[in-house]
Design a protein around this ligand. Sequence first.
Ligand SMILES: [Zn+2]
Length: 307
Amino acid sequence: MTPRFVRLPLAALAAAALLAAPARLAAQAGLDTVTIRTIKITDGLYMLVGSGGNLGVSVGEDGTVLVDDQFAPLTPKILAAIKAITPNPVKFLMNTHWHGDHTGGNENLGKAGVVIVAQDNVRERMSKETFVARLNRTQPASPKAALPVVTFPETMTLHLNGEDITAMHLAHAHTDGDVLIKFARANVIHGGDVFMRIGFPFIDVSSGGSLLGSIAGIERILAASDANTRFIPGHGELATRADVEAHLKLLKDVRDRTQAAIRKKQALDAFLAGKPLADYEAKFGANGFVKADDILKLAFAELGGGK
Ligand SMILES: [Zn+2]
């Protein structure tokens, strides 16, 4: 992945997804030219990459389980990519969280009879008009067919294809409805947008996300893994444990550097002017969807700065 390729479309698509009707969206966002890339992780477990959040696909004799579904106009391409892997249709769809670049295909799949499963707060947020402050966009309530029909507060497991697929709630992380999804036999974890590889992470405070919850979420993802686990990030390339640990270090550096400034009674402007994340900015470049100042302002407010 090149930074330009990943970062610019993410910002454009995230905004477009939350605003536009599907038909308009396809044209606006150039989704008609998107191809779905299939990556085999291990027997029966695949990652699909198109536009929007990364997909997980578990296949076998009992039926197909899909994790997330990108944007509505991509549903036919996603189903064609799955058909190239397995003759068995999608039985269950699990959403990692409510954002439109992960749930945009829900309505199509729900109408096709797929059982949609998600944490309680995903259904709650999709059921009503929701404002996302970071994008300054209002997402209308989703149609009934797009809503999860099976919801759970903390954890649930699907038992198919000799695989145990467990979702665990990561409270107040990227949003308030995030889960990690662990495929036990394949030893793969889909981290949703709690673990994204796009530079500084997007934490949706207006959807109940937080920095400290994101740190706890990543720690839970690591606790559910071992040295050989592979990780599907919400956005970006397939990852190893070292990549997840590096992401945890970034989040903790943001927390610790912000706390140090607050302890010194620094004002927000002086804190930002000191460029406390210059080392990461040098690494990530300046074109990211989330800037260093965005995450620092969020941390400063959350940790009680300026009081
Ligand atoms: Zn998201």
